[in-house]
Design a protein around this ligand. Sequence first.
Ligand SMILES: [Mg+2]
Length: 620
Amino acid sequence: MPSLADLHLKIDLIQQYGLPDIPYPVPAAQVQEALTSDGHLPFALLLQGLQERSRDLATGWRDLEPAMDRLAQLLSPDDPRETVTAEGESWWLEIGPVDLEGKLVTIQRDGELIAAMTRREDGRLRVAVYRPLDGKSCEYLCGLAQRPYKGAVCMRENNWEYALDCSAGMGNVYASEAGEAYLSYWEKGIGISHDGTVLPDWRRHRTLAPRPAARVAMELGAHHAYSADPDEPVADEPEDLPPPAAAIPTWTRKRQQARTVQNRFLGCLLGGAVGDALGAPIEFMKRDEILCRFGPKGLTDYAPAYGGIGKITDDTQMTLFTAEGLLRAHVRGCFKGLTTYPGVTAHAYQRWLETQKETPPLRPKVPSERYGWLFFHPELHSRRAPGNTCLSALRSGPGEITADNDSKGCGGVMRVAPVGLYGARERWDAHQTFKVGMELAAITHGHPTGHLTGGALAVMIQAITDGASIREALRVAIACLEPQEDSQEAIHSLKGAEILADMKMPPEQAIRELGQGWVAEEALGISVYCALVARTFREGVLLAVNHDGDSDSTGSITGNLLGALYGVKSIPQKWLEPLELREVIAKLAGDLYAFRDWDIGEYSSNQELNDRIWRKYPGW
Ligand SMILES: [Mg+2]
C-alpha cells in the first residue's frame, strides 16, 4: 500500500458537496497533484484513501463512515436500482437485498454487521451491505467473488463453498480481536448460533436495511481502481510496439488495465451522447428561460425534444459518422494498403448528409453494399438542427481538403472525439492525433479556429483515455496548438477556461465570460471549464447545458471529456437507459477499441472475419 498523507479540503468544497470536515488521506504521490489542482481530486480517490485509513483503525473507524457514505453517494447519483452487479477483471458479484434469516456468510467488525452474503443458484455470491466498506471488507468481497478458474474457485466447487471455508479459518478470530473486519458463518440466520441459542447482540441486526446497491458498487469500484497491484500485467501492451508516445510534448502514458480503458472508450461516446441529449431541449433557450421553465437549479434531467426524451442531435450523429470513417479508413488500409483518414471520413460525412434528406444532384449513386451498417439505422435519418456550415460544405461533395469557407462554428470540434480514441489504440503521438482531428474538422470548417480546436479536443481525449487528468490533457493540447499559425484564439479560450476554473466565481458567471459556445473556441473553452470544475459526470454535463448558448454541443463535448475521464460507470443509469441509439453508440466505441486486434486484410487466413468486417466497414 502506498503511504497516505492527510489532506484538508477547502471549506467551500466541503460545503458545496456536503462532506464532513475531516482529514482526507490520499497517497503521498497525489499530494502534489492536489496542490496544483486546488484540492480537486477524484471522489473515488478520496473514498479509497478513507477505506484504507478505516482498515488500519482499531477504534474510531465509525467516525469515517459519514464521509465514506457521502462520497459513494456523490459517485452514484440517482441510481435507485435494488440490485446491481459489480465486477473487475477477476471477480463478479451481485449486490442486492438478502434474507438475513437464511444461511449467511457475513463480514463483521467490532459488534457491527458490515455485509451479508448468500448463495445464488449458480453458486456465485449475492451480497447486501449495511455499512461503508473499509479496505479489508472490499478485499474480502472481491476475493470471495473471484471468477472460477477451470471450473473451480481456489479448488472449491464454487464461490459459496469457498466463502464457507474462508469463514471457518482461524484468521477470523485474530482479526476480530484486533478490531478488523472478519468473516462469520450463520447457518440459521443472523444472531442464532449453531445450537439454536439466540444471541441478542447479533439478532438485533436482522431488520437492518441494506445500503443502496449502486453506492456499494461505487465503493468496490473505487477500491478496485486505486488499489490495483502495480505489478499486475497490463493486457493491452503488446511488446512489439514502438516505445509509446515518445513525441507527445508533455504527456507520458499511465499504465492502466484493459478494462479501465474500455470503460473510458464507452464513457467518452455514451457520455457525449448523454450530454447532447440533455442539451437538446434547451439548445436555443437563454439561461433565464431555462430557470423559469425548470426551476432554480435549471434542467436536471432529460426533457422532451425531437419527439421524446434522450434524443440525440446532429452532434452525436456526426460523431458516430466520424468513428465510422476512421474505422473504414483502417479497414481500407488493411485491404488496399493505401488509405487517408480525411478522405475516407469525408465519405462518411456524405452519408450523414444523406440522412439529413439531402441528395446532391450531381453525385453518382453509390452502390448499396458500400453504405456499411451505420447508415441503415432509421433513427439517424432525422434532422436535429444540423449546422448550416456542415450542410453547405458537404453539399459540394466529398472534399477531403480544408473547406472553402471562413466558418469557425463548433460543428467541427463537436464531432471529433473518436479521433482521440482511435489515436490511443493506434499509439499515435500527440502531433498525429492533433493533425487528424484538425483535418477532419477542416472538411467542413475553413477558419483556423474552426479546425484547430478539433485537433485540440482529439489530443485531450487521447491523453485522458491514457490516464491523464483534464489539466494534464489541457497542457498537451496547448503544446500542440502553440506552434500552429492562427492558434491564438483557441489558446486564449483554453487558458481562460483554466484561469476561471481556479477562481472562486459562480460557474454560470464564468461560463458567460467564456461565451456561448456557438463558435468553436467558446464551445471547447466552456466544455473544458465544466470538466475542470466538476467532481462528477452528472455535475459537469448539467453545468455545460444550463447556459445561454449552444447547450447540446457544450453538453456533448463535456460529456466526451468526463466520460473518458471517469468511465461509463460514472454516467447515471437513468440517463443511459432511454438514450437513443445507445446500442449503436456502444458498438462503435467497442469497435474503436477492438479494431487493432482484427486479423484482416490480404494476408489474413480468416476469410469469414475478412468478409464480415468488410461488409460492416467497407473501405471506401
Ligand atoms: Mg446539436
